[in-house]
Design a protein around this ligand. Sequence first.
Ligand code: MBD
Ligand code: FE
Length: 312
Amino acid sequence: MTVKTMHTQDVKELLEKVAGFDQQGGNDRYKKIIHRLVGDVYRLIEDFDVTPDEFWHAVNYVNRLGQNGEAPLLAPGLGFDHYLDIRMDAEDAERGLTGGTPRTIEGPLYVAGAPISDGYARMDDGSEDAETMIVTGVVRDQNGQPLKEAVVDIWHANTKGGYSYFDTSQSEYNLRRRIRTDENGRYVARSIVPSGYGCPPEGATQAVLNQLGRHGNRPAHIHYFVSKPGYRHLTTQINLAGDKYVYDDFAFATREELVIDAERVEDPSRAEAYGLNGPFTEVVFNVDLVSTDDATLQDRHTRARALEGEAG
Ligand code: MBD
Ligand code: FE
């Protein structure tokens, strides 16, 4: 059927009441956004002739998405996180805040309050028999000068693509550390080479991706928050070159400057320099921060994160 009712006075009045336009209380911006959002969905129902069966299926889907805690996983799959990055890049350009290491999405799996140390940290708890990885680099300003005491907050998955805290089989803060750069701006992390991430196959996010003919995989990657007072907070990630999903990430986080070669090192003297006694994989990622006086740009955005405001 092709009935059209959106233009009627009934629907117009319904939408205005839904959005609280006839009420004194509440929040004006909120009202306008709800009016637009609900109106757009009504219009979608009309334009696609959505049946009641389809509508209630969708309502039930939203319920299941929340029950699984997957709303922040569906968001990057639908490109929202990357879209916000595109907007922030454009805003930075408008402010003249150009250059520096590019941002990319945070993702849903950060946990606040990881152990912090100076210069060096071992990130893995030794429980996995995995390739040792050294991740190292220098944090610099726009002129290439090293920045000491920048905080490099790193998190990544284990060899099964799982993240500690969310994967309760892992120890507390496994593969999560904060490292303050040394006098020379350097950080060194000893860890294990991560695997890529795949959305839970039976989950609500993968259910949508299946309908779109898409997979739910991410390449092997390492997340970074890098900050220092006086500089723009950087949220980014690196992808390990060669992974089959590097240019086919379901979360759209890949950027060319953030695809990093992982080098297999067999030279014993280079192993020894890191206190290792066998071959390892070395990943070098230097980070360039952009200076700003704007305090609001120096911290990560507020969002609900595990243990935010609880742990040290
Ligand atoms: C991840 O590890 C991730 O980084 C994102 C963006 C989404 C799902 C899992
Ligand atoms: Fe991730």
